[in-house]
Design a protein around this ligand. Structure first.
Ligand SMILES: [Fe+2]
Length: 506
């Protein structure tokens, strides 16, 4: 069975030349439902693969106010639900207040991240000016998807099976006026979720904990020296790790209302380690090499140390392309492309060790190849783990040409490339039913094929990615390129009920 559930016609001019609104990035208008019996399957869907792979996408509907940035588009979730050797595909918009208001108006009502000064109504994000597009992150907690925007939006809940938007979280969204930023983490043993936000106004960061029953049980201000631009948060069994990184707006210009992001290369990176339910005065700050960080692979405790593995950006900057002053649209497109090209702003797998006894930080670069979007098994979040799966970038593009698997114990690395013109999403690890080893299961991603203008869900062996796909499920339509994804284990679809046998000791 295969059918279009709904269509949201685009208001974007067909004549536009924006590189992130055309080709592989062309937004989708249709919401589909399709069973694997109706889709072409190359290979066999494993019978011990049980759960939901859901990926978020910035899927713009209307002509933008100001220059469109690929982090502005309306959230759209593409989900593949696996059970007993079969799969069901669905894609649906996140029906945020902003999405519905713009549907009613038939046009954009909020500017994007590049033009916050053009706002005419209160919005979201750390600047308070953007639409709450909820197009960045997706994770499952308490039996519902939680979807948000990187700069901070309301915590949008969706049914993981039907992808129906249930609204801002009914239990606790009203108690956190600054919303949630991507990203958040769930403790597989306790079902607790940690989150943060980073408003431009004081205290510049707030940190909170939601319990397994979806109640806000902790919310504290984190006083930072000024407005910051953090992106991720780390979790161990007992602590949370907060980022105060020296890549933030020029403070003098910000006072005048102009936001110009700048790398303050003489200011150390700071990492705040706070007991999971700790108060602001219990936070301990560690210093490190000046850098920016987008995504953490994992954190865990080892003796006196807290270990954080993440991708370091040692020299974040805006490449000088596209000219200055009055610009053409093409100049603007060139700037966005150059800024998102990780080969201009390299990121490397990196390990920090924070010694709780001595206050010392030790650092080690793991690899000199450019990788990002590190992911590992949900079952090992906050625990000693072994494998991180990172994406490899196509030079000159915001596209993922392959995957690299790091064995953090042995240092062994393994690569799988999708092939010419084929680009993946953030993968997820789906441990198989009965898994004992950490990598006993599958690696899932969506791949876009520019040669055939098609999209597919690819299933790899998580213990041997270089062997290539076990199965490929061709989707009923080409889907726009997206990044962040999550895996919802079958026993977590209806709540935080993960079988404890899968979770290692912290
Ligand atoms: Fe992210």
């Amino acid at each position: 069975m295969q059918k279009i559930i709904a269509t949201y016609p685009t208001g974007i001019s067909p004549d536009n030349k924006h590189p992130f609104l055309n080709g592989l990035f062309k937004p989708n208008e249709d919401e589909y439902f399709a069973t694997s019996a109706s889709m072409k399957v190359i290979g066999e869907i494993p019978k011990d693969l049980w759960g939901i792979y859901a990926r978020n996408t910035h899927n713009q509907v209307h002509e933008s106010i100001g220059l469109y940035h690929p982090f502005d588009g309306d959230g759209m979730i593409h989900a593949m639900h696996f059970e007993e050797g079969k799969a069901t595909y669905r894609n649906r918009f996140v029906q945020t207040t902003g999405f519905l208001a713009e549907q009613a108006a038939g046009k954009s009502l909020w500017p994007g991240i590049l033009s916050p000064q053009m706002y005419t109504r209160r919005g979201w994000g750390s600047m308070g000016a953007m639409k709450d597009n909820a197009g960045t992150d997706v994770l499952c907690h308490a039996g519902k998807l939680l979807v948000s925007m990187s700069q901070g939006s309301e915590p949008w809940r969706m049914d993981p099976i039907t992808l129906e938007t249930l609204g801002p979280d009914a239990n606790w969204s009203r108690n956190i006026p600054d919303g949630v930023a991507s990203h958040y983490k769930v403790d597989p043993a306790t079902g607790e979720m940690i989150f943060f936000n980073y408003p431009e106004k004081s205290p510049h960061m707030n940190y909170g904990v939601i319990n397994k029953d979806n109640q806000l049980v902790h919310y504290v201000p984190i006083d930072l020296p000024g407005a910051r631009w953090p992106h991720d948060i780390g979790m161990t069994k007992n602590y949370s790790i907060l980022h105060d990184l020296p890549f933030f707006f020029d403070e003098e210009l910000l006072k005048q209302g102009t936001r110009r992001i700048k790398f303050h290369r003489d200011i150390p990176a700071r990492f705040g380690i706070i007991p999971r339910h700790g108060t602001s005065d219990q936070i301990r700050w560690f210093e490190g090499t000046p850098c920016h960080i987008l995504h953490i692979a994992n954190c865990y405790e080892s003796g006196d140390e807290v270990i954080m593995d993440a991708c370091i950006m040692p020299n974040p900057h805006k490449p000088n392309v596209g000219g200055h002053g009055t610009q053409t649209l093409e100049d603007g497109y060139a700037k966005i492309r150059a800024h998102l090209d990780k080969h201009n702003n390299p990121t490397y797998m990196y390990r920090w060790r924070f010694n709780l006894k001595t206050g010392e930080t030790k650092e080690q670069q793991i690899d000199d190849e450019i990788t990002e979007f590190p992911v590992m098994s949900n079952d090992y979040v906050g625990r000693a783990y072994r494998y991180s799966y990172n994406v490899l970038y196509q030079k000159g593009e915001w596209l993922f040409r392959g995957l690299k698997r790091y064995d953090m114990d042995t240092g062994k690395m393994e690569v799988y490339e999708y092939g010419p013109g084929r680009y993946g999403s953030e993968p997820q690890i789906a441990r198989r039913i009965g898994a004992v080893a950490e990598d006993d299961g599958y690696l899932l991603t969506y791949v876009n094929d520019a040669n055939t203008n098609t999209s597919e869900c690819v299933i790899l062996d998580a213990s041997a990615i270089s062997k290539g796909p076990i199965a490929r499920i061709i989707l009923p339509h080409r889907i726009s390129v997206g990044t962040h994804a999550c895996w919802v284990e079958g026993d977590r679809i209806t709540g935080e009920l993960r079988d404890k046998k899968y979770i290692p000791e912290a």
